[in-house]
Design a protein around this ligand. Structure first.
Ligand code: ADP
Length: 477
C-alpha cells in the first residue's frame, strides 16, 4: 500500500505546533506497524526548508494554472527506502518568511493541493498513492478535487482527512470560487459557509473517512460548543468520523534527551532535580518552591489568561512559574509584566524553542494546561514522560489522557493528573492547589504519581495501527 500524507508542516523539517509533530511522526510509526508500506509526505518548500533540499535534484519546472495565473512549480524528492518526502517548490507562494497568515492564503494552499494532485497522478513519490491522507484545511482541497474532479490515474486513490484543530478552517471570500476552479463547490452541502468558501468543510465532505485526534474531541465537535460552526456539517457526516489519539515519538525520552542537563527515568529520578535547578537558573527563578510550567502557543484556545489571573495567588503561596511561549501580543505582554512584577519567582521566555520546551517540561513539577478546547494536546503527554504532573481542564484529548480518580488513588499511583471541569480561574486554582497540597503532604505518594505518569505508554504503535485499519477498511491493498 502506498500512502501520501499531505500537510503544511512536518517535524523535523518545520513545525509550529502539534500538527508538525504528528505528520512528522506518522511515517515512521506506520512503517513500524507495516514494513511493506510506502509512505510519501508532501510538504510545501517553505523558505525555512530550502536547506532541506540541498544535495537533491529537482524535477522539471511545471505549471499550476489557478487564479488566472500560471505558477511555476517543481518537485524535489527525497527517498529513504519506503519513507519519501516530496517538497513542492512554488517560490511565488512559499518562498516566504512566515508559514501562515498571508492574504493570498486561498490561492497558495489551493495551488499546493493542485501541485500535489498533479504530482501524484504522474507517479511522483514512487507511484500513484492508494490513500491520500490530507491534514487540516491547508491540504483539504486535495480531497475536494480528488473526489469531484478525479484526475486520470487517481481513480482508485482513497481520501482520508485528519482534523487537528477545527478552529482553523481556511475561510475565504466566496467571490474567489470561480478563479480557484471551485465554483461548483460553493453549495451548502459542500464548501459554502455563510457565503464564504470553507476549505475544511469541503475536505470533510470529500473525505471517505474523517479522523480527529482524540475520541473525546471526535464527540465534542458534533455539538455547538466545540463545533466551531461546522457541527451540523459534521453531524451530517458523523458516520465517517473516527477519533484516534495522537502518540509521542521516541525523542521524548528523559534518559536520552540531549536537551536536558541530566538524564533520569522512573527508576532513577535524581536527574530530574538537576533539571529543575538548571531550568530555574536558565529562567532566572530563585527558591525551592514547587515549580509550575507552561509551554504553549499564546492563543485564546490555551486559556493562558487564566494562568495570568491565577499566578499571583499561587506565587504568593510559594509556587514558582516557568513559562515558554509566543503568539498573541496581549499574552506576551501579560507574561512579561508578570515576570517583572514577580521578579525571580516567575521566569518567562517569549520564544518558540524546542530545546527550552524540553527543559521546561522536564524541570517543572506540575504542568498547567487550562485549554478552553484541546483536540488532543501533546504537551501534557510530553510532560508526563518527563515526570511532570499535569493540571488540566477536562476537555478534548486532555479528558482522554489526564485521568483523575481523586487524591487518594492518584497518590497511590493510579491516574495521571488533576482535572477541573470549567475553564475558570477558580477551577484552575482549585486543581493546582489540590496538586500542590498532595505534593507537600505526601512526598512518597507524589513520587508514586510521578513514576505512574512516566510509565504511561504514549507511543505511536497503537494509534498507527488504528490509522492503518482506517486505510484498510477503505479497501486499500
Ligand atoms: P498545539 O498543536 O495546539 O499547539 P499541542 O500540545 O498538540 O498543541 O502541540 C504543541 C507542540 O508544540 C508540542 O510538541 C509542544 O512541545 C510544542 N511547543 C509549544 N509551544 C512551544 C514553544 N514555545 N517552543 C517550542 N515548542 C513548543
Amino acid at each position: 500500500m502506498r500512502v501520501a500524507l499531505v500537510a503544511s508542516e512536518a517535524a523535523p523539517f518545520v513545525k509550529t505546533g502539534g500538527l508538525g509533530d504528528v505528520v512528522g511522526a506518522l511515517p515512521d510509526a506506520l512503517l513500524r506497524v507495516d514494513p511493506e508500506l510506502e509512505v510519501v509526505t508532501w510538504l510545501p518548500l517553505h523558505r525555512v526548508l530550502r536547506e532541506a533540499v540541498q544535495g537533491l535534484t529537482p524535477g522539471p519546472w511545471r505549471h499550476v494554472s489557478l487564479g488566472g495565473r500560471d505558477e511555476p512549480v517543481r518537485l524535489w524528492e527525497r527517498a529513504r527506502e519506503r519513507d519519501r518526502v516530496v517538497f513542492v517548490d512554488a517560490p511565488g507562494w512559499f518562498d516566504r518568511e512566515a508559514l501562515y497568515g498571508h492574504r493570498d492564503g486561498a490561492l497558495r494552499w489551493a495551488g499546493f493541493c493542485r501541485a500535489v494532485l498533479d504530482g501524484c497522478a504522474d507517479g511522483v513519490g514512487g507511484g500513484v498513492p492508494d490513500v491520500l491522507h490530507a491534514h487540516d484545511w491547508q491540504a483539504s482541497l486535495a480531497l475536494v478535487w480528488l473526489k469531484h474532479r478525479r484526475a486520470a490515474g487517481l481513480e482508485r486513490t482513497r481520501g482520508v482527512l485528519t482534523i487537528h484543530n477545527l478552529a482553523y478552517q481556511g475561510r475565504w471570500d466566496g467571490s474567489l470560487a470561480a478563479a480557484l476552479d471551485l465554483q461548483d463547490q460553493l453549495r451548502f452541502d459542500r464548501m459554502e459557509w455563510h457565503g464564504q468558501l470553507n476549505y475544511l468543510k469541503g475536505g470533510i465532505e470529500a473525505a471517505e473517512v474523517v479522523t480527529t485526534v482524540s475520541p473525546t474531541y471526535a464527540r465534542e465537535v458534533l455539538g455547538p460548543e466545540h463545533g466551531q460552526g461546522l457541527d451540523a456539517h459534521l453531524r451530517h457526516h458523523a458516520n465517517k468520523l473516527v477519533g484516534i489519539l495522537n502518540g509521542l515519538d521516541g525523542s521524548w525520552d528523559p534518559e536520552a534527551d540531549p536537551a536536558l542537563p541530566a538524564p533520569f527515568s522512573a527508576e532513577e529520578l535524581e536527574g530530574k532535580a538537576i533539571c529543575r535547578e538548571a531550568l530555574a537558573r536558565e529562567l532566572g527563578i530563585d527558591g525551592d518552591g514547587p515549580l509550575l510550567g507552561v509551554v504553549a502557543r499564546f492563543t485564546e484556545q490555551k486559556g493562558l489568561d487564566l494562568v495570568l489571573d491565577a499566578a499571583p495567588a499561587l506565587v504568593e503561596e510559594g509556587a514558582r512559574l516557568a513559562v515558554l511561549g509566543t503568539g498573541d501580543q496581549d499574552l506576551e505582554d501579560g507574561f512579561r509584566a508578570l515576570a517583572h512584577r514577580f521578579d525571580r519567582r516567575v521566569g518567562v521566555r517569549v520564544a518558540f524553542d524546542g530545546d527550552v520546551a524540553r527543559r521546561v517540561l522536564a524541570g517543572s513539577d506540575v504542568l498547567l494546561m487550562p485549554s478552553r478546547f484541546e483536540p488532543c494536546g501533546l504537551t501534557q503527554m510530553q510532560a508526563m514522560r518527563y515526570g511532570t504532573v499535569p493540571v488540566a481542564h477536562a476537555v478534548g484529548g486532555l479528558r482522554d489522557t489526564v485521568l483523575d480518580p481523586g487524591d487518594g488513588p492518584l497518590l497511590a499511583g493510579e491516574g495521571t493528573g488533576f482535572r477541573f471541569e470549567h475553564p475558570t480561574v477558580e477551577g484552575l486554582l482549585w486543581a493546582t492547589r489540590r496538586a500542590l497540597r498532595c505534593r507537600e503532604e505526601d512526598p512518597d505518594g507524589w513520587r508514586r504519581l510521578m513514576r505512574a505518569v512516566m510509565r504511561r505508554d504514549w507511543r505511536w504503535d497503537g494509534p498507527a495501527a488504528r490509522t492503518l485499519e482506517v486505510y484498510r477498511a477503505l479497501g486499500a491493498p
